[in-house]
Design a protein around this ligand. Sequence first.
Ligand code: ZN
Length: 341
Amino acid sequence: MRAAIFHEHGGPEVVRIEQVPRPDPGDGQVLVQVRASAMNHLDLWVRRGIPIETTMPHIGGSDIAGVIAEVGAGVDEARVGERVVINPSLWCGRCWACARGEESMCQRFRILGEHTDGGFAEFVVADADHVYRIPDEMPFEEAAAIPISYMTAWRALVTRAVLKPGEDVLVIGASGGTALAAVQIGRLMGARVFAVTKGAEKVQRLRELGADVVYDRGETDWSKAVYKDTGKRGVDVVVENVGGPTWAGSVRALANGGRLVTYGGTAGPKVELDLRGVFWRQIQVIGTTMASRGEFEDLLRVIFSGRLKPVIDSVLPLDEARLAHERLEAGGQFGKIVLVP
Ligand code: ZN
């Protein structure tokens, strides 16, 4: 089968298209013929060589939709031909976190496409119980745009920040897949959504997605503007994924007692935090990553019912995987970049 693969860590140039053996589904697994697979920042980190245990050579791609082509032992044959999306979270099922349904806190938590070969290929194997049927009318590209971004934003707002209707939420870096998901989910939850992005076109598109107030960071000192636009109060929740350059502004934008929820640091993991601002203003800094099995299933129900539509930036052929890496690295995208074999 064809796959976008790299044999060494490095820049986008290490990504090559090669013929590799098709994987076989093991016990309890299915072989999925990939029809679409979306990019995540995670794919960039893995390619650059973050210190994790990954396969090498490596096929990235954690967000996968396709058709079940074959089933392994113990899986219902009738599932062959099913149109599916894959939950890329991998957990042990035996530790204390798994026992209480907190799979994303699993002590052996791993991600399909990060710790294992993923979906930037014509086929991928996955555990049958991680593979969910999608509605007949849902395009594969849209299904592939769901998993990591939408589950991360869902857990961040619903479970970790416990966003309530009527509250104000500010989403930073609102053009990436997960940040856009946070804008959409925040709106769905009945919050007033503020967003920070760059460029007039993205400002306009965020308004169309339902953001109430959008700041162009090239034009406005957004943390001051938020203060003014919330009647000198600040927002209840900030959704952070940038880190370094935005952190101080994000903290400043919080109301007293506010919650800052972070799921990443695309511009750098080290930030400064003035503890006086934490205890005196009683703010919370909350980490979050991925989602539990239950949260993933709740999210799918919402999306499959049509209340939330994943945002796609562009669809590229798998052969252009290197270009997809470059595009995501450049940060000019609005929504998910999807590859199709
Ligand atoms: Zn576990």
